[in-house]
Ligand binder design. Structure first.
Ligand code: C2E
Ligand code: CA
Ligand code: CA
Length: 753
């Protein structure tokens, strides 16, 4: 069904074509033909001579007698044919007699009442046709050209229809064969300045002339001067009507075809060229198309067909501009600093079925670039690209930011794939040698095999997979379909965290801690929980990592601190001293704002910081160690207890113990859980407890899941127990219930709920 929109589109397309034609095609057409005729300029044929009829000035014979004199003299020189192109207003007996004496060797040229015509005008022209009594056996012919938008003659009609009669045009009357096509193309190559022009006074005076008129075609014309009328003459600007007549006499029949034949041929050739892969053939077709655009109109003209030239040139110009733009784009936008095509270029490729994107990432690439002089960076990238190229057998390697390289290769089955990437990795076992600098390289791969996505998405998922491989240390990671959905979720994580803190989806669980000495629950560790309405519970270490990466951990930690303070106040109001522990992210521990922000909360809430323990995980990811140590010292000075979490798992446990100000040491679950079975672990734990005590630290055993472990730790003089055996992390209400039941104030607690 044709909708209104289709009609508007059709109108818009038509208007666009028309405007493009008017603005570009028509002027280009004009320029084309002007150039074509000025390039093929030639001297006028010697067989044509123009006799200029001078205006009669002063006491001279009347016009008719004067023309008769000229004709008589000409007849005496025996020309081939004479055209009389004059305004026959006054016809004298002598003129009538002279015309008759000429017989069929004379043609009388009639000029219609206008000079230039459109095609329709020619069939309804008006003119004063001299009577038969005057013309006798002379033929009446009509002069006039069909002009274009710029008032340049393009062609001349074969026949004019005046008052219901057909008259041959001036040009057609000279044709030896009947003029079957609808018009005649004058030969504008004829240089008007070389046309032989003789003054009629010189004819009448009978002066001896160099030029003989014998057997010549003579055009006796009253329209030789520019004041007698001019029209555009292709290749030679404006020319008098007589010069047009000379060009018309040298013309040939032509059929004007307004169809865009050449533009169509050009477009087809260019389209075919795009799909040709062999450079030679593609450029041959381009050359053919360009020749068709440039020489096609002339060749067609030679074959008697006049086709538009401008629109083909417009198409050619647009195509050339598009090619130049693509080249520029490839050079400037799609080429990286090293001169290799970049990921924008890869994004523009389509991936054939059975192929996938591979991204390789070079670990610590930026670091080793930083040690190289800038002029060697490109060489370095090229060396790496060459190795990949050898490994994957693909010539085109794309280079992205930060040591990422990518290419497209065909799918392999799982076993072959691992082998293939291990092989590629082996290519990098030899160090890179760049300008005398040697580097070991560490390469990981990410692949995407999900054909339903576009190239850019597949490239991005391959990058993400390669980053995962780099992080996990695996040779290759493959894109998983649900990864994209996760990526969407992760991207909106921060907003969700804010929302969760507001609406209660994020909350704190409390895990009780048992004091061996006092035989009671002496505190709890606050552990964050997130129940997302869509995804269900989300593991804290998972979203905390995300929040850390996104620099959003501050807000989350201060929120935890506020909640934990509230809970600490509740528990301390219920019984003896209750110690509340919170976890401090390694990302936050060295932040300059940590101490002031914490101090502000403590001051506002008016709590005794001694009731709060800050747990710091021993991690190498603290960026600024001195700042971290300073911060922790200040927190300790404010009254906070400091605890080293997960002790025994990191690489620098003893260094931590020596450097970090701390009051407590939490033995990691992995040690604690094995002490019953493993003699060795038991010894490590025992000596660690002794060491901690020697340093004045309290020891907390984490991850105690059974009575045996619980009792063994008591024997080893551990101070505090934490784990599922003592109690799982639970809500504030659950912990309060347990606490009250243990401290014997259950009734009071329930009535106060
Ligand atoms: P963590 O600080 O080492 O916390 C102890 C983890 O061990 C908790 O896991 C806890 O549920 C679990 N756990 C306790 N007892 C046992 C046991 O007997 N057996 C076993 N198998 N597990 C036990 P959770 O709650 O999943 O927390 C994981 C990690 O997330 C925490 O490790 C901590 O590093 C981090 N985290 C939790 N809450 C916060 C927070 O508020 N801020 C920060 N920065 N990190 C937090
Ligand atoms: Ca902890
Ligand atoms: Ca821990």
């Amino acid at each position: 069904m044709r909708t209104k929109r289709d009609i508007y589109l059709a109108i818009a397309a038509f208007l666009t074509y028309f405007v493009a034609w008017a603005i570009f095609a028509s002027p280009l057409d004009q320029v084309y033909w002007n150039i074509r005729y000025s390039l093929t300029e030639r001297a006028a044929p010697a067989s044509i001579v123009v006799v200029r009829l001078n205006p009669i000035i002063g006491p001279a014979p009347d016009e008719g007698s004067y023309y008769a004199d000229v004709l008589e003299k000409l007849r005496g020189e025996d020309p081939r044919h004479v055209y009389l192109d004059a305004n026959l207003k006054v016809v004298t007996y002598s003129l009538e007699r002279e015309i008759k004496a000429f017989g069929s060797k004379l043609s009388i040229v009639v000029r219609p009442n206008q000079m230039d015509f459109t095609r329709d005008d020619a069939s309804r022209a008006t003119a004063d046709i001299p009577g038969r009594n005057l013309t006798g056996s002379a033929q009446v012919v009509v002069a006039g050209g069909l002009t274009n938008f710029w008032k340049y003659v393009v062609d001349v009609p074969c026949v004019f229809r005046i008052d219901g009669h057909s008259y041959p045009s001036f040009a057609a009357s000279t044709m030896s064969t009947p003029c079957l096509s609808n018009s005649i193309r004058p030969d504008f190559s004829v240089d008007p300045s070389t046309v032989e022009v003789i003054d009629s006074r010189d004819i009448n005076s009978g002066l001896k002339r160099e030029v003989s008129l014998r057997d010549k075609t003579i055009l006796v014309s009253g329209f030789v001067g520019k004041q007698d009328g001019v029209l555009g003459y292709l290749g030679h600007r404006q020319q008098s009507l007589a010069m047009h007549d000379v060009a018309a006499l040298s013309g040939h029949p032509i059929r004007r075809v307004d169809l865009e034949i050449l533009a169509t041929i050009f477009t087809i050739l260019i389209t075919v060229a795009q799909s040709v892969t062999r450079q030679f053939w593609r450029w041959s077709i381009y050359a053919g198309a360009a020749s068709a655009a440039l020489f096609g109109p002339v060749l067609f003209e030679g074959a008697g067909i006049l086709v538009p030239a401008g629109s083909t040139l417009v198409v050619m110009t647009v195509f050339a501009a598009w090619r130049m733009w693509s080249r520029w784009r490839r050079k400037v936008i799609e080429t990286g600093n090293a001169g290799l095509p970049n990921f924008v270029a890869l994004g523009g490729h389509s991936i054939p079925a059975g192929y996938h994107v591979v991204v390789a990432v070079i670990g610590r690439y930026e670091e080793f670039l930083a040690t190289l002089p800038p002029e060697l960076h490109a060489e370095c990238a090229h060396q790496i690209a060459r190795r990949f190229s050898v490994g994957c057998g693909t010539a085109e390697i794309f280079h992205g930011e930060g040591g990422h390289f990518a290419w497209i290769e065909h799918d392999r089955d799982a076993d072959n794939q691992i082998e293939h990437f291990e092989g590629m990795r082996a290519l990098f076992s030899a160090p890179l040698l760049v300008g005398g600098h040697m580097f070991d390289t560490n390469v990981h791969f990410g692949i995407d095999r999900n054909g339903q996505f576009d190239t850019l998405t597949r490239l991005n998922t391959a990058i993400a997979s390669a980053t995962d491989a780099l992080r996990t240390g695996r040779t290759v990671e493959q894109f998983e379909a649900n990864r994209l959905a996760n990526a969407h979720w992760e991207l909106s994580l921060l907003a969700r965290i804010d929302e969760g803190m507001r609406n209660g989806d994020i909350w704190l669980a409390y895990q009780p801690q048992w004091d061996y000495g006092e035989n009671r629950i002496s505190g709890a560790e606050a552990l964050i929980r997130w129940n997302d309405p869509v995804r269900g519970p989300i593991r804290p270490d998972e979203f905390i990592l995300q929040a850390e990466r996104a620099g959003r951990i501050d807000a989350l930690t201060y929120w935890v601190l506020e909640q934990a303070i509230t809970s600490a106040e509740i528990f301390n109001a219920l019984g003896p001293r209750f110690q509340m522990s919170i976890n401090l992210s390694a990302q936050l521990v060295d932040k300059p704002s940590l101490v002031s922000a914490t101090a502000e909360i403590v001051r506002r809430r008016g709590i005794d910081p001694h009731l709060l323990t800050v747990e710091v995980t021993e991690t190498a990811s603290v960026y600024n160690r001195p700042a971290a140590i300073r911060n922790l010292g200040e927190l300790q000075a404010m009254g906070f207890r400091l605890s080293i979490d997960d002790f025994g798992t990191g690489e620098a446990s003893l260094c931590y113990l020596a450097d970090l100000p701390s009051n407590e040491l939490k033995l990691d679950r992995r040690f604690v859980s094995r002490i019953v079975e493993s003699d060795r672990d038991r010894k490590i734990v025992a000596s660690t407890i002794k060491l901690a005590h020697a340093l004045g630290q309290t020891v907390v055993g984490e991850g105690i899941e059974d009575l045996a472990t619980f009792e063994l730790l008591r024997k080893l003089k551990c101070d505090v127990a934490q784990g599922y055996y003592v109690g799982k992390p639970e809500t504030l209400e659950q912990l309060r219930f347990r606490y009250l039941s243990l401290v014997g104030k259950q009734g009071k607690a329930f009535t106060s709920c």
